[in-house]
Design a protein around this ligand. Structure first.
Ligand code: PEP
Ligand code: MN
Length: 340
């Protein structure tokens, strides 16, 4: 439920409401507005009658939340969240966030080269996999700790935040030491232990949509993270499994306006994993920005045919550069900005 406090509510009034609720097992999340404070309360509603709260000092109204996700919902937080990734980069504001880099960190020289190139084209966040979720156990699984160090070096050199995936609860601490944004990949979207674990750290989490997940399941996964105290969740639409086989996955364009209607969380699009083919990356990226996405995640590789993973969907740096110019024109047309 949401408790709306009167303008005149004092700190003691707010504390009293919070105490009443936490004493019966609720979690409370106060949001201090300029004039009024609103308290999001999550717990078993059968434990208390709404009237009991309504009669407390300085309580203006009590509103039940209908959706199964609460913290994620716009019913609780109406204003869009703008997430600070560090290095002057935000996600969800006017400026578009462009995460770019190779699928996997392959070597120090290669990653630094790709990082410098994508930055020169206007990307503002570096992406790269150090722990790679691969369908085959015989495929390249990433450089792990070594890969994290390489990414950090590139981020430090170029003054850019870095985003990389964590696949296992046992690696969360290590990945959080190096990364500015931690990715939960599609395959782990419903790994609830992992979601809870990244909910305990104070770094933004990029939550990819599961391979065959509904929007509601995806938002519930975000709720897991937020319920542990981490409010900085970025959604990423990366295509879902359908009966269509011409592309690796089916990009769900409508997920962008739908999630924006349901949630205050920012959403970016990943046309690389959605399509699996470099030639479709540009059109889907442009469509996503036109539809209101807060950014993009794009895989870039200078030698797609020799890439350790996801070569066929990687853009060559020149193509990425051209696309960024087109994206910046579209961004301006929909009231967004992309400095290139
Ligand atoms: C990735 O970003 O490299 C990745 C594996 O993505 P997804 O989880 O969307 O397949
Ligand atoms: Mn990939």
């Amino acid at each position: 439920m949401i408790i709306i406090m009167k303008e005149a509510a004092t700190k003691q009034d707010i504390d009293a409401v919070e105490k009443k609720l936490t004493d019966i097992g609720f979690q409370t999340h106060p949001i201090y507005g300029e004039k009024k404070t609103v308290i999001g309360a999550i717990g078993d509603k059968r434990q208390i009658s709404m009237n009991e709260i309504l009669l407390m000092n300085a309580v203006e109204n009590v509103v039940p939340i209908m959706r199964p996700y609460k913290l994620v919902s716009k019913e609780l937080i109406k204003e869009k969240s703008v997430i600070d990734a560090g290095y002057g980069v935000t996600i969800g504001g006017k400026q578009l966030a462009v995460f770019a880099g190779p699928c996997a960190v392959e070597s120090r020289e290669h990653f630094l080269k790709m990082a410098r190139l994508v930055k020169a084209s206007g990307a503002n966040i570096l992406r790269g996999g150090a722990f790679k979720p691969r369908t085959s156990p015989y495929s390249f699984g990433g450089l792990e700790g070594e890969g994290l160090k390489i990414m950090r070096e590139a981020g430090d050199e170029l003054d850019m935040p870095i985003c990389t995936e964590v696949m296992d609860t046992r690696d969360v601490e290590l990945v959080a030491q190096y990364a500015d944004i931690i990715q939960i990949g599609a395959r782990n979207m419903q790994n609830f232990k992992l979601l809870r674990e990244v909910g305990k750290i104070n770094k933004p989490i990029l939550l990819k949509r599961g391979l065959a997940s509904t929007i509601e399941e995806w938002l519930m996964a975000a709720e897991y993270i937020m319920s542990e105290g981490n409010d900085d969740v970025i959604l990423c639409e990366r295509g879902i499994r359908t009966y269509e086989t011409s592309t690796r996955n089916t990009f769900d364009l409508s997920a962008i306006p739908v999630t924006q209607e349901l949630s205050h969380l920012p959403i970016i699009a990943d046309p690389s994993h959605a399509t699996g083919a470099y030639k479709y990356v540009g059109p889907v990226a442009k469509g996503a920005i036109a539809a209101g996405a807060d950014g993009l995640m794009i895989e870039v590789h200078d030698c797609p045919e020799c890439a350790a993973s996801d070569g066929p969907q990687s853009l060559k740096p020149e193509k990425f550069d051209e696309l960024m110019k087109e994206i910046s024109t579209i961004a301006a047309a929909v009231g967004r900005e992309l400095e290139i």
